[in-house]
Write a protein that binds this ligand. Structure first.
Ligand SMILES: [Zn+2]
Length: 490
């Protein structure tokens, strides 16, 4: 069949057969129609051959009465979803570990599939935050279109998820669910009382007294004089700790309940619901975690995973900064709390946190969710540095111009004085920028500005497209290192 499609295309379009790249793993028979992904002159198309239902529904150009060439549009994505169940994202619930790979360019998914499919976690292939969508000019729908075509291209049939990441408002959550997303990560940071974190106990007691008396009474009966036992750890609230938790987290708990009941439960399918309380200035204490978990359980809110703010720094694109023993101690208790309430612990900003991965594996096994994102972009730009040095130099200059603006969106500690001047680095050594934490962060956070420059963007996509197999193998290696250090892959 592939031969026949190739023959007809080359005859009708006047192409040599080697100008057509066939993605053999995509080949599938749907009710008698042959469907497969190919690339002609650098542009991907879906070829459909036959005369059945799928052939009728795909939108494209008829090459012969029985052969259509179809562009990778949203409408054709929906047709693929309709006929090929494995291209539709799924939810995985509390027991199945998952690994999130944000892909800002829409090109990385085949590399992700090739490695994560060998692990004992499931991939969350679509994962973009509102901030990333705004900075890249993409939409929930577009991100899922790109992922769906890649899943089809790879013939990957073992299931993947789609995460509307770090969403704060109901409107965005609705949009993500309507676009087909199967996981929602609710960022409650706007409802957490950050301003209270630095207040003294006396100031907090005064505020606490003004809360409704039934709330105070209920919380004190529930939490005081009743130690919570989680595996080997005991969390025993005193009044000060309780006051702090109620004042800082109670509004967030109510907001989580609202989103759960209004959006998550009302969706027409099961949605993995992750709650993130990680965007705070202080690490989440065992008291705060217990309080949020217990309140949600009492309100009947079933979360799939929760992301606390861990001790130490989880900066973008570089290893963990902090004390490993302290991290281990805290992870052990957070893991015990999550385990006792039945949900998975989620690790955010998980890109490149190699020094803590073995500790994470030790306490969480594969009952976890990890999010990575920026590191996939860094792998793409590292490829550019290797294969298209002139383009890399332009990207680097643009990043330098916009670094200070980009810092408003991301917390990084990069020191530009430690980034060697471009004029001193010859082409053969441009890759060294990717083993320097300062230049990694420079390139990491400025992606929105780089992609806003239309000519840079076009050339970047052209280079990555022409080197796609090399990009996939880079990602396999790099994400594979993440998986193997956590112990998720042999
Ligand atoms: Zn987060």
């Amino acid at each position: 069949m592939i031969e026949q499609i190739l023959d007809e295309l080359s005859a009708k379009l006047n192409l040599r057969k080697n100008e057509i790249k066939i993605y053999k793993k995509s080949q599938v028979l749907v009710l008698g129609d042959e469907i497969l992904m190919l690339k002609i002159n650098g542009v991907k198309r879906i070829a459909v051959m036959g005369n059945g239902a799928a052939f009728c529904e795909f939108h494209g150009d008829s090459i012969t009465p029985n052969l259509k060439l179809c562009p990778l549009t949203h409408l054709n994505r929906l047709v693929i979803n309709k006929f090929l169940e494995y291209t539709v994202p799924k939810s995985f619930g509390r027991k199945q570990g998952t690994f999130g790979v944000g892909d800002r360019l829409g090109l990385a998914t085949p590399g992700h599939i090739r490695i994560i499919s060998n692990s004992n976690v499931k991939p969350i292939l679509a994962q973009q935050s509102k901030r990333e969508l705004d900075l890249t000019g993409r939409t929930f729908s577009k991100v899922l279109d790109d992922v769906t075509f890649s899943v089809f291209q790879e013939g990957y049939k073992d299931g993947f998820g789609a995460d509307g990441d770090h969403l704060k408002h109901g409107t965005d959550i609705s949009e993500a669910i309507e676009s087909g997303y199967t996981m929602i990560t609710l960022d409650c940071s706007e409802k957490i009382g950050f301003d209270l974190e630095s207040k003294s106990s006396d100031e907090l007691i005064e505020l606490y007294k003004s809360l409704p008396s039934h709330l105070i009474k209920g919380c004190e009966e529930k939490y005081l004089n009743k130690p919570f036992k989680f595996n080997k750890s005991i969390v025993a609230f005193n009044k000060d700790e309780l006051v702090r938790c109620v004042l800082i987290y109670y509004n967030a708990v109510l907001y989580i309940e609202h989103i759960y009941k209004e959006y998550i439960l009302k969706a027409s399918r099961f949605i993995d619901f992750e709650v993130s309380i990680d965007e705070t200035s202080y690490p989440t204490t065992s008291f705060a975690h217990t309080f949020v978990a217990q309140e949600l359980a009492d309100l009947g809110v079933n979360i799939t995973s929760l992301a606390p703010r861990f001790i130490g720094e989880f900066q973008k694109g570089i290893d963990y900064i902090g004390n490993l023993d302290e991290f281990e101690k805290q992870l052990e208790i957070h893991a015990a709390i999550a385990n006792s309430y039945g949900y998975k612990l989620s690790i955010h900003s998980g890109s490149d946190k190699f020094s803590i991965f073995p500790i994470i594996g030790k306490y969480l096994g594969n009952k976890l969710h990890i999010k990575t994102s920026g590191t996939n972009w860094l792998e793409a730009v590292a490829l550019i540095a290797e294969k298209n040095p002139d383009l890399y130099r332009e990207i680097h200059k643009t990043a330098l111009i916009h670094f200070n603006e980009a810092k408003a969106f991301y917390h990084v500690s990069a020191d530009l004085s430690k980034v060697p001047d471009l004029s001193t680095v010859d082409d053969a050594h441009l890759l060294n920028y990717f083993s320097n934490d300062n230049s990694r962060q420079l390139i990491h956070i400025t992606y929105g500005f780089i992609l806003r420059d239309e000519s840079l963007k076009i050339e970047l996509y052209e280079t990555l497209n022409s080197q796609e197999e090399f990009y996939f193998s880079r990602l396999e290696k790099h994400i594979g290192k993440h998986l193997s250090m956590v112990g998720l892959i042999a």
